[in-house]
Design a protein around this ligand. Structure first.
Ligand SMILES: Cc1cc2nc3c(=O)[nH]c(=O)nc-3n(C[C@H](O)[C@H](O)[C@H](O)COP(=O)(O)OP(=O)(O)OC[C@H]3O[C@@H](n4cnc5c(N)ncnc54)[C@H](O)[C@@H]3O)c2cc1C
Length: 477
């Protein structure tokens, strides 16, 4: 009988497993794929290594929440600092997101001249610093009483930032600046979308500011691939079962029994590191099924189309680019694509002279699942070719420098990591606390981590959820 079984070795599952293990608890981490990471994994294709989705680590700066998880478990990941965080290309503009506020203000004023930039970006910067300095808040879903109590713990945030919490960010931005060009709004929206998973018209300004401001903190590049960061985070855990798929879960009084491809596992506590939108399928207990199904209405059906390329070139590239178009790209939900290059020194990812590239764009799962086999194949090829050519044109890559190119659709992610939705809960006005699922549940011994639960997506959001889960487990609330 295990004390804790954790299903899913994404950032959420790895973080909570590592935290519990560091506290001396008995844990088993179960992952369906051969390696850990999920959306943040690294895989091999024809011997070439690629990051599946996530390529940037934010929150690993001094005092950051991601650094805190590694410090708590006593592990230092193999990462290098990235500055600039992103180079944003829109038309003929090439605006570099330097970490330094003053340096970035000079940059943004050069490309999108406006007298209010200093005031605006200083506000964005200040809100980020202020938010991360507030501690002591948590979020619980164990009962109505606990939910209200936990919402009260968020009062310092409400008190300090209330004027940015209500109303949409787009209106706030337009009011703030007086006049803004559609081009500049696209520039902001592209950056808000990759963090908040929604554009400025759907989120409040507080969320928009945190999304726009993450690059003012130090960001990091994972040497050896993002999957290696998850592997190192969990390296002290005695038992990790990979290539082990959980196919059914039953609950008998206070014991969970997991049927897996490697046999049966029984545990007192179960932590789901899988998506809320997929989890109900494994449970037979009607009340647990119902619990997960209740949240399925939050599913926005957003996912990703990802293009993977190997490029052999003497040209020097930054780690990350965001390319912004005038129009939403075909078969997608976005005007922008996020393109990440491996570091030239990262010989584990690519030999000298080669880059591995992961380029992702938001799409709707339903754009892909309703198609016949032929239509699906044609649409996939068309978008792959379109993105490849666009990236080549914008970044000066020659077609003959591409030695490998292939793509993943929402169906691919569904097949490998059981996710029909990616990006987790978008932090929209309609979808904000207290509607979000928390990391504890009303069901005894059942917890949840990952980007479909509090506190949403990416390294900082998912790790914040793992710490919150730890707090719920320890009863410190
Ligand atoms: C294209 C893309 C780019 C991104 N870029 C960034 C970025 O640069 N930086 C950043 O911080 N974030 C980024 N994100 C977001 C980030 O990757 C995710 O928010 C985060 O990785 C989600 O972690 P998770 O723990 O919720 O779950 P997941 O990554 O979904 O992991 C869930 C795991 O559960 C496993 N699993 C599922 N079902 C079973 C089962 N039945 N049995 C056993 N195991 C199972 C899956 O195989 C998977 O490994 C990106 C996301 C995408 C899609």
């Amino acid at each position: 009988m295990r004390e804790y079984a954790i299903i899913g070795g994404g950032i959420g599952g790895c973080s909570i497993a590592a935290l519990l293990n560091a506290k001396g608890h008995d844990v088993v981490l179960i992952e369906k794929e051969p390696s850990l990471g999920g959306c943040a994994s690294t895989f091999s294709h024809g011997g070439n290594r690629y990051n599946a989705g996530a390529t940037t680590i934010s929150g690993y700066h001094e005092g950051g929440i991601v650094r805190r998880v590694f410090e708590t478990v006593g592990i230092t990941p193999d990462v290098i600092s990235t500055d600039p965080a992103i180079t944003i290309i829109q038309g003929d503009k090439k605006c570099v997101r330097y970490r330094d506020l003053e340096r970035f203000i000079v940059e943004v004023e050069a490309f999108y001249p406006h007298p209010k930039h200093r005031e605006f970006w200083t506000l964005v910067h200040t809100l980020g610093v202020a938010f991360y300095s507030i501690e002591g808040h948590y979020y619980s879903n164990r009962s109505g009483f606990m939910k209200i109590r936990s919402l009260l713990s968020l009062y310092p945030i409400l008190k300090r930032f209330w004027r940015y919490l209500f109303g949409n960010a787009r209106d706030f931005i337009i009011r703030f600046y007086g006049t803004v060009t559609p081009e500049y709004l696209d520039f902001l929206d592209a950056q808000i979308l990759i963090v908040a998973q929604a554009k400025s018209e759907k989120v409040n300004f507080f969320t928009a500011a945190l999304s726009l401001g993450y690059t003012f903190n130090e960001t990091h590049y994972p040497l050896g691939g993002m999957g290696a960061v998850c592997t190192s985070l969990t390296s002290n855990i005695p038992e990790i079962l990979t290539e082990c798929e959980v196919t059914a879960i039953t609950k008998d009084t206070n014991i969970y029994t997991l049927s897996t491809s490697k046999g049966t596992i029984r545990c007192k506590n179960l932590i789901m590191g899988t998506s809320h939108y997929e989890s109900s399928q494994w449970f037979s207990d009607p009340s647990i099924k119902q619990y997960y199904q209740k949240y399925e209405k939050l599913n926005n059906h957003q996912s990703a189309f990802v293009l993977y390329m190997t490029i052999k070139t003497p040209t020097q590239y930054h780690h990350h680019y965001q390319l912004i178009s005038d129009e939403v790209l075909p078969h997608t939900l976005s005007k922008s694509v996020f393109v990440s290059f491996s570091d030239p020194s990262d010989s584990f990812m690519a030999p000298a002279g080669y880059y591995r590239v992961t380029a992702s764009i938001h799409t709707d799962t339903r754009f892909w699942t309703v198609l016949s086999k032929t239509q699906y194949h044609d649409q996939k090829k068309a978008l792959q070719n379109f993105l490849q050519q666009w990236i080549c044109d914008k970044l000066g890559v020659q077609n003959e420098e591409i030695t490998e190119s292939f793509a993943a659709t929402p169906k691919t992610f569904g097949r490998y990591i059981h996710r029909t939705q990616l990006g987790g809960n978008a932090l929209t006005l309609a979808n904000f606390l207290p509607r979000l699922p928390a990391n504890d549940t009303p069901i005894k011994g059942l917890y949840q981590v990952g980007d479909t639960a509090y506190a949403a997506q990416g390294w900082p959001g998912v790790v914040m959820g793992a710490f919150n889960c730890m707090r719920m487990i320890n009863g410190k609330h």
